[in-house]
Ligand binder design. Structure first.
Ligand code: GUN
Ligand code: FE
Length: 423
């Protein structure tokens, strides 16, 4: 199937600037972008044209770190820092996912929410529970959105009611990998040690081995909070850094790897990330809410570390990657001011690049309208915001800062229009 999408096209092949094609055309074949044209070549005139007129066409949003199981707590419980926050609020909530009916109820709402917000691909943590994790995988497959779904692994330093045995943790993880590894090209499992403190060394080693055996990517948390970093030093005195703990067990770039937060990463840890091609997921809203401090994103950019953005619900309170971009820009300005303007703040195009092509790289060729990329797109109907002589770049900036889901008319994943999921 080959089609033409027509409208005002904006995307970021590079972080430096937007590529903007007013009233342009995107040629899409079998779900992939073939070419983008200002003027449609004569030979394509007879193809079906989906004409979005004066609306904006932008790449879909890629949320690289989010806890689907914490959706009920979105926008609450912000009065503790990480470890007590986990113990008092998060672990008791996640324990409820033992009940598959409860899981289904929350996951239904969660998937509808992220669909609404224009997230077309996402990487999520579920819980330790095998059945409800498989339910989430099935629900994502049904939704048409793209996702990596992780069964959380934790067998150490956690309350009994949510703690796994080493054997069950590895067995359940492998069962999910075997069942879902090749079931869908859009929805896949991901190895998910919760974070180093909640995993025994044997579990970390077993997960690293599983990742390599089945070629499965890895996600976890890294250097988020001061007490957590100190705790990791005490638990793993032989490691050169927190990241080195994961590295020692084959969970740091041995297969494609995401690490969320990295707020307190040392120079050494950043070098290790760069060397191992580990992608750092910036979660600015969550870092503010859980009081963890903030990732100095410019340092990561300067070192050439791959970057994506994460909503990190429910440490984060907003599922919107647009609002996450705004937090990323705003918090980068604090580093800019505090460094006497030595550390440049994030520009709009840089933030947009990270949310689209940067994060999208984890899913393959995703997040841009260059040739060969999956056509993942949002159609933005910003008429209400666009009542005077705004340029296209200004319209996009206003949609990101003051727009919301009401301005998202349509969502596409790999060329297919994705309607509100019926789950
Ligand atoms: N570190 C370990 N678990 C979590 C979690 O659920 N949320 C956040 N923000 N950090 C974590
Ligand atoms: Fe998280």
């Amino acid at each position: 199937m080959t089609k033409i999408f027509k409208g005002n096209i904006l995307f970021t092949p590079t972080p430096e600037k937007f590529t903007i094609i007013p009233h342009g055309h995107i040629l899409v074949s079998e779900g992939k972008v073939k070419a983008v044209y200002q003027k449609l070549p004569e030979e394509y005139r007879n193809l079906e044209i989906i004409d979005y007129q004066d609306k904006l066409i932008i790449p879909g949003m890629n949320d690289l770190h989010c806890h689907a199981s914490q959706y009920k707590h979105m926008g609450m419980a912000m009065d503790r820092e990480l470890i007590p926050w986990l113990e008092n609020y998060t672990f008791p909530e996640e324990a409820k996912f033992q009940d598959i009916k409860y899981a289904e109820k929350i996951y239904q709402r969660f998937i509808k929410e992220i669909w609404k917000q224009g997230t077309t691909r996402i990487v999520v943590f579920a819980t330790v529970h095998k059945e409800s994790t498989m339910k989430l995988l099935d629900m994502f497959i049904q939704s048409g959105l793209g996702a990596y779904v992780g069964k959380v692994n934790m067998d150490n330093n956690c309350p009994d009611y949510i703690c796994e045995t080493l054997e069950d943790s590895l067995k359940d993880t492998e069962e999910i990998i075997i069942k879902y590894g090749d079931k869908s090209s859009l929805v896949k499992p991901i190895i998910t040690p919760r974070f180093a403190p909640s995993c025994s060394k044997k579990l970390l080693k077993g997960l690293g081995d599983l990742g390599k055996k089945h070629g499965i990517p890895v996600q976890s948390h890294l250097s988020e909070n001061r007490k957590e970093v100190q705790w990791v030093k005490e638990l793993f005195p032989d490691a050169d850094s927190y990241g080195d703990v994961y590295k020692q067990y084959g969970l740091f770039g041995d297969t494609p790897t995401l690490m969320a937060h990295c707020s307190l990463s040392s120079e050494e840890e950043m070098t290790l990330m760069r060397e191992n091609n580990v992608l750092a997921v910036h979660c600015p809203a969550s870092n503010l809410n859980v009081g963890s401090g903030m990732m100095p994103i410019r340092k990561f950019i300067n070192r050439g570390i791959k970057l994506g953005l994460g909503s990190d619900l429910s440490g984060g309170h907003t599922p919107s990657l647009m609002k996450t971009m705004v937090y990323a820009i705003q918090t980068s300005k604090i580093f800019w001011v505090n460094s006497e303007k030595q550390m440049d703040f994030l520009t709009n195009s840089e933030a947009f690049f990270i949310a689209t092509k940067g994060g999208g790289s984890f899913f393959g060729k995703v997040g841009s309208f260059e040739e060969g990329y999956d056509f993942d797109a949002l159609i933005i109907d910003d008429g209400e915001l666009n009542y005077l002589d705004y340029t296209l770049e200004e319209r996009l900036e206003r949609f990101i800062y003051v727009g919301d889901d009401r301005h998202i008319l349509h969502r596409y994943v790999r060329g297919s229009l994705i309607k509100e999921p019926v789950l």
